[in-house]
Design a protein. Structure first.
Length: 88
């Protein structure tokens, strides 16, 4: 296995299928769950709505969505991925 720096915090970690260290991957997974639950409850919300309602910086919301797509093979975060992308 190769070594790499975590894409989020810069910590040195083993390269596996993720570009993030274990701590950042857990943080992303927790934040992903929070965003996913919100979007399932309110399916027609935009990134801005998620940012305002959950008090998560907009750049982090975008990062989490990219992370979920990378880690989950393009998974649908809120059940309406195509509709959400069209509004962006």
């Amino acid at each position: 296995m190769d070594l790499q720096n975590c894409r989020r915090c810069g910590a040195l970690c083993l390269r596996d299928r993720s570009q993030y260290c274990a701590e950042c991957a857990k943080w992303f997974a927790d934040t992903y769950g929070q965003i996913r639950d919100y979007l399932r409850t309110y399916p027609n919300r935009t990134l801005w709505d998620v940012h305002k309602e959950l008090d998560i910086p907009l750049s982090v919301v975008q990062q989490v969505i990219r992370f979920s797509e990378e880690e989950r093979g393009g998974g649908d975060i809120g059940g309406r991925e195509d509709q959400r992308r069209k509004r962006l």
